[in-house]
Design a protein around this ligand. Structure first.
Ligand SMILES: [Fe+2]
Length: 236
């Protein structure tokens, strides 16, 4: 009871005075404006003594940054070596994921045959899911202080998925190429997830395991089930 009465008293006093009065009083006492702003609890309540730390220009993002380097600007509790290894691995996964995403769209457009409709829709669904992964990987690279690979020519140079011809190919060939691409990507995912785990980069490990591996394994399942032995049937 005594403490609530104490807390109420300054409020009542404050409402009686105009807002400018305490500042003026502080200046006349030779105190700074900043200390006047700390209010009634100054010196007794640490919460009201919090002031912004100004002039932190040394922590501002550099306007340019070379690809392949990492900055330590964001305080995420990871050392430079860990960040660098995670960024290198993630850029590889990013290039592979962009390539696989674009392969899905190519096949979405070019597929023909008796399975046209289902493959046309399935390819586009997987394209959208790969697009989501692309963004998640690229943003993780930025959080780690790296530079995400982005443009087609750089992606083509970095990707571990072999170049796909411009020509239209049969549906079984499309499926084979996609499964090969998924497998290459997934092998890289397992390697880089292990490395991130060893380094204590839990965020990168979680991204690779929970999003990349899960999504790619699910897509492998859906695409693989189109690979069946279909004996020819003689109609009478
Ligand atoms: Fe479409």
């Amino acid at each position: 009871m005594a403490s609530s009465a104490k807390a109420a008293a300054p409020k009542a006093a404050a409402t009686k005075k105009p807002a400018a009065a305490p500042k003026a009083a502080a200046r006349s006492n030779g105190k700074s404006t900043a200390s006047a702003n700390t209010g009634k609890g100054a010196g007794t309540n640490a919460a009201v003594d919090i002031q912004p730390v100004l002039n932190q220009q040394n922590h501002a993002p550099a306007p340019t940054q070379r690809y392949g380097t990492v900055s330590q600007r964001l305080p995420i509790g990871l050392d430079e070596k860990t960040r660098q290894q995670s960024v290198d691995g993630l850029n590889q996964l990013l290039a592979d994921t962009i390539t696989l995403r674009d392969m899905y769209k190519k096949h979405h457009w070019q597929v023909v045959g008796p399975t046209f409709y289902q493959l046309h829709l399935l390819y586009d669904k997987h394209y959208e899911e790969q697009s989501t992964l692309v963004d998640a990987i690229a943003e993780r690279i930025q959080i780690l202080g790296g530079v995400a690979v982005a443009m087609a020519h750089d992606v083509a140079e970095l990707s571990s998925i072999p170049r796909v011809p411009r020509d239209r190919e049969e549906a079984p060939v499309q499926v084979s190429r996609l499964l090969d691409g998924h497998q290459r990507l997934l092998k890289n995912c397992h390697d880089y997830a292990d490395k991130a785990d060893e380094n204590g980069d839990d965020g990168t490990n979680d991204l690779i395991v929970s999003q990349l591996i899960r999504t790619n394994e699910m897509q492998v399942w859906f695409v693989s089930e189109h690979v069946v032995d279909s004996p020819l049937i003689q109609a009478k």
